[in-house]
Design a protein. Structure first.
Length: 63
């Protein structure tokens, strides 16, 4: 999801990673793969890293 030129989405394969999306005024997008701190997984609904037991990660690995 992108809001005002900036957003985040889940990584398609790894629960502890997420993708930051930055759009410029011309509509060009930059995609940056980010990693949660050790022991945390990305929560797309809360758009933050959280404890694994609090996160649903249906398409990724939890390793």
């Amino acid at each position: 999801m992108i809001d005002e030129g900036h957003g985040f989405t889940s990584h398609p394969k790894v629960c502890k990673k997420y993708i930051e999306i930055i759009a410029d005024t011309k509509g060009n997008r930059t995609y940056l793969t980010r990693k949660c701190r050790d022991g945390l997984f990305w929560d797309q609904y809360k758009t933050t890293c959280r404890r694994p037991e609090d996160v649903n990660c249906p398409n990724g690995t939890k390793t």
